[in-house]
Ligand binder design. Structure first.
Ligand SMILES: C[S@@+](CC[C@H](N)C(=O)[O-])C[C@H]1O[C@@H](n2cnc3c(N)ncnc32)[C@H](O)[C@@H]1O
Length: 266
């Protein structure tokens, strides 16, 4: 059975643009974390829920001809467009489908766990798939900072709070990011290192957030969380080059842990 609870409709072509804009916001953090981990020549890496594939492209270059990258997604159509001899692409449901045990030096999962039920069980499955001594890097949101702005702005607050409330209504955890270190410890990982990052920006300088509100607009209105006037006002402000409202956006928690045992030296 396939997982049905994904927050957005993956079948829409518009998804690609949204995924890529969102990915580019966080790639800077992710690539730095991968550098710090020391991912290099010969590593065997798994990118789960690869989306538009920005991280996959980085990994295939980094691990070189002696390494390999496996990229999975429920809908892997965009990663299939990446041509690299050291890349294997799989259509794979992280919840329902098995992962090979002790097969990867590094597993990276960004903005995927948020959408899934049974997060702790999924995390255990990911840990099982890491080689002893290997690393798991999970990055996910704390959405609570989304409605913050400088100066405070009532319309932004209401519209920014709406996706947080919608997530809660459908049983998703808007604070997942901050829970990750505890979940890592419960899953048996050691040497856990967590970092939380946000990119407060003037609205016209962060089009990725506009895309999110365009995508969610009708659902937020239908759920009674915003009026059409409020959400359209926010969407329009991203297009106004003179808008100086600085919005905080979600906070990304980037958490890495090591699977005990082995002498992987990775
Ligand atoms: C918000 S996007 C993040 C994409 C990418 N990880 C990134 O950070 O740019 C979430 C991705 O997870 C994928 N996804 C959702 N549920 C999944 C599941 N059960 N198994 C595998 N991938 C899943 C979606 O198809 C989508 O590509």
């Amino acid at each position: 059975m396939r997982t049905q609870r994904y927050f957005f409709d993956t079948s829409e072509e518009a998804e690609f643009g949204r995924l890529q804009r969102q990915a580019e916001v966080w790639d800077r953090l992710t690539f730095r974390r991968l550098e710090e981990i020391g991912v290099g020549e010969g590593w065997r890496c798994l990118e789960v829920g690869a989306g538009s594939g920005t991280v996959v492209r980085w990994l295939v270059d980094r691990v070189g001809a002696t390494g390999r990258v496996v990229a999975t997604d429920l809908v892997p159509k965009w990663v299939r467009a990446i041509e690299a001899p050291n890349l294997e692409v799989l259509e794979h449901d992280l919840v329902a489908d098995p992962l090979e045990d002790s097969a990867h030096d590094l597993i990276h999962v960004r903005m995927v766990l948020f959408h899934l039920p049974e997060k702790q069980a999924v995390l255990r499955k990911l840990v099982d798939a890491v080689v002893p001594g290997g690393r798991l890097l999970v990055e996910d949101y704390d959405m609570r900072t989304l409605p913050h702005s400088t100066p405070p702005d009532e319309t932004w607050r209401v519209v920014g709070e709406a996706p947080v409330k919608l997530a809660e209504r459908i049983g998703l955890d808007p604070e997942l990011g901050r829970r990750l270190p505890g979940m890592f410890a419960e899953a048996g990982l050691v040497d856990i290192d967590a970092e939380a990052v946000a990119f407060p920006r003037r609205m016209p300088d962060i089009p990725a957030w506009q895309t999110q509100f365009v995508e969610l607009r009708d659902r937020l209105i239908d759920a009674g969380l915003v009026t059409a006037e409020q959400v359209d006002d926010v969407i329009a402000r991203f297009d106004d080059p003179d808008c100086d409202l600085v919005v905080h956006g979600p906070t990304m928690h980037s958490v890495v842990g090591t699977k005990p045992g082995g002498s992987a030296g990775r």
